[in-house]
Each structure stands twice: as C-alpha cells, then as structure tokens.
Design a protein around this ligand. Structure first.
Ligand code: HSE
Length: 397
C-alpha cells in the first residue's frame, strides 16, 4: 500500500482523488500497488466528500507521518507551495505537482533537493495538462539533438483565437464567451497576457537546455492586441494566428511567447479550441507533435497520477536532469523571422520602398505586408528610418 497526501482539494486535487478511487483497478495494475489517500490538506472542510475524514489543516501532520511517501501538490501559486515542497523533499517524500508557477520559479532547486534526498520531483501536468509531454521528451526523445520545442500551451487563448477565426468574433466578444463557458477566469490576465504560456515554455526550454530561464527574462506577448484586420490579413495569406511558445537550444538558451501567423500546412495550425499541442524538432527523429487536452480536472489528474505510477513502479530514479539557473539568454532583438506588418494606408509607398521583397497582402483599408526573414532589430531600424509605427507586428512561424 502506497500512502499519499494531496495538498489542495480544488478542481485538480478533486480530479486526482476521483481518478485514484474510480480507476483503482487500472491504478493498481499500472502502479503495482494500491494507493491510500491518507490525507487531504485544505483550508476548507468537505463534509460531503468520501474523503471527509482524511482532511487536515495542519501540514506538519503530513510531514511527520513516515507512512506518506508521496505528496501531491496541486495548490497552485508559488507560496506556500514552495515551502511545502521543500519541506516534503527534505523529509524524504517524493513530490508530484501540476503547479507550473512553482516549477517555473523553483524547479531547479526542487530537482537538486530531490536528488540530494534520494526522492523524486515530477511535474508532467505542469505543461500541456493531460498530454504526456515531459516524460516522452526526456525518456523517448532525449537521445536526439532537440533544436526547438514549441507549442500551443494555453487553452483559453487558443479558444479565444479559434472563436475570432471561425466565427469572426472580436477579441472582447470571444473573451466574454470564454468567461461564460468557464474557460477563462474572471481575471483572465495570466492567460491573455501570455504569463501562463511563458511559465510552460520556460519549463520545456529548461529541459532541452539544462538551464531554467527566469520568466522575467522571457519576451512575452499576449493576444490582446490582435485586431479584426489582422485576422482577415492572416486568412488572406492562408494562415491562422496562434499564441505560440518557442524554446531553442542554441549556443545560449532562448525562449519566447508571442502570437504567430501559422501557415495552414503546419501541424500547429489545426489545433483548435481549448486543445494544446507541443511540437518537438529533433535530429535524427524529425518533427513530432503531441496533442490533447491542456486543462481540466480529468486530463490534469491523468498526468498527475501518471507521475505517481512512475514513482511507484520505478522508485526514486532521476526524472529530469539537474538544472542550472540561467542568467544569460540569447538576445531577443537578434531573433529572426518573417513579420506580418500592418500600417496606415497613407504609408503604403514608403513601406513598400523600405521592404522591397515583401509579400503584399491585399487590403482596402491598410497597408499589410509579410517581410522576408529578419531580426527584430533590423525590422525596428527599417521602420524607424521611415518614421512608421505599425498598427500590428506579428511574427510568422
Ligand atoms: N489557464 C490554463 C489554460 C489552464 O487556459 O490553458 C491550464 O494550465
């Protein structure tokens, strides 16, 4: 019998308990043992839950119980998740989490502590919800040279963008719809400003480079500036717009999150609604894409309990490489791509003169082009030289 404690009995914590209870046969078969949810830590009581008698409010009860070998931290946020994780690892308990914020901020520290204490720290559910991404990337693809990992890592923004493209909704109307359907929070900033996707790409990039990039170093743009005219321009050139996180293993690590025009022949363009997908570009493997539900109680619980099964079957063997904290990443201004630029129609002549190789997008109301590949620096220099502030500037994948 493996005894565990669940920290946080919200949507994900409840989903984890439900999965363990309802799929007990599969869990036993796959994990090789029965699981006893010995404690549930929460500020609240749950008198109607079948686990009502396991609820505790004092974390020291869990820490001091030698029966508990695995702590499932599904509280969210950095604190007290950080303190609880450190204490559990030091107490010789493995920790599994779905909490991307705490992994992005302190994952390097936790992996080192886990190694020192002969236990495991796993976080499959922190990226891509229920999609197995981290384990396959480390254990099945790790022998390749991974040059890039990129993906649609936030379901809320992907739902909003899908609504804008499929139903012609404005950003504001699509956001309202997402809130009414419960996909977007009442305060949607972490999703629409790109913060959530930034944490996830920081985690993925760390695993391909060995360096955890502090999120404040990551150039992050959300989807709030995407205009109806941008949607029409993208469609006119056979593209959709997606919020894409991209992480590169070059001489210096680099990652970013921003909206990208995605040509319709690229696999990420077909990822619609609340779905997520992660594409890994590896040599000699080539490109693979992992696709599925990036959020929700059942999907996230599947990834959390999958980690638990791995700890039960494989013991505390090393899960991820020890990570260094990265202080120096490649310069965003040097990051090259093609750009979609929209400017006031009055600037058409000077814009076309400054970008003679550009593809011109037909538009009655604006001057819209796709440039050749160039760095952010070169683009800004050329626009400054002609005194044009674009209405939109979106990279092309
Ligand atoms: N708010 C996140 C999303 C939830 O929309 O993808 C899962 O991390």
């Amino acid at each position: 019998m493996t005894s565990i404690a669940i920290l946080g009995f919200g949507v994900v914590g409840g989903g984890v308990a439900d999965l363990i209870i309802h799929n007990s046969k599969e869990v036993n078969h796959h994990g090789g043992d029965d699981i006893n949810i010995k404690y549930v830590l929460d500020l609240r009581d749950f008198p109607d839950s079948p686990l009502a008698d396991r609820v505790v409010h004092d974390y020291s009860v869990i820490l001091s119980d030698p029966d508990v070998s695995v702590v499932i931290e599904v509280m969210g946020g950095s604190h007290p998740a950080y303190e609880y994780t450190v204490a559990a690892l030091k107490a010789g308990k493995s920790v599994i989490t779905s909490n991307k914020e705490v992994v992005a901020n302190f994952g390097d520290e936790f992996l080192a502590l886990a190694r020192e204490n002969g236990v495991c720290y796993r976080f499959e559910a922190a990226v891509g919800g229920g999609i197995p991404v981290i384990s396959p990337m480390l254990s099945c693809v790790g022998q390749n040279k991974i040059s890039e990992v990129r993906g649609i890592l936030n379901g809320t923004t992907n739902y909003i963008l899908t609504q804008m493209f499929t139903y012609g909704r404005s950003f504001e109307s699509a956001l309202k719809d997402a809130q009414e359907k419960g996909y977007a929070e009442r305060n949607p900033d972490a999703d629409i400003l790109g913060t959530d996707a930034c944490r996830k790409i920081a985690i993925l990039t760390s695993l391909i480079t060995g360096a955890l990039i502090p999120t404040e170093l990551i150039h992050t743009e959300g989807i709030t500036k995407i205009r109806d005219n941008d949607v029409r321009a993208a469609e006119a050139v056979g593209c959709t717009i997606k919020l894409v996180g991209r992480g590169f293993a070059g001489e210096k690590p680099f990652c970013t999150v921003a909206p990208f025009l995605v040509p319709s022949d690229m696999p990420l363009s077909g990822v619609s609604g609340v779905y997520n997908a992660v594409e890994i570009i590896a040599e000699p493997l080539g490109n693979i894409m992992l696709y599925g539900q990036g959020a929700g109680a059942g999907a996230t619980a599947s990834a959390v309990v999958g980690d638990l099964m791995q700890v039960m079957r494989m013991g505390t063997g090393c899960y991820a490489p020890v990570l260094n904290k990265c202080t120096d990443i490649a310069d965003y201004d040097g990051f090259a791509s093609r750009f979609y630029i929209a400017a006031d129609k009055a600037y058409s002549d000077i814009v076309l003169e400054a970008f003679p190789s550009a593809v011109v997008i037909p538009s009655e109301s604006e001057c819209a082009i796709i440039t050749e590949s160039m760095s952010e620096r070169e683009l800004s220099d050329r626009l400054s030289a002609i005194g044009v502030t674009p209405l939109s500037k979106i990279r092309v994948l």
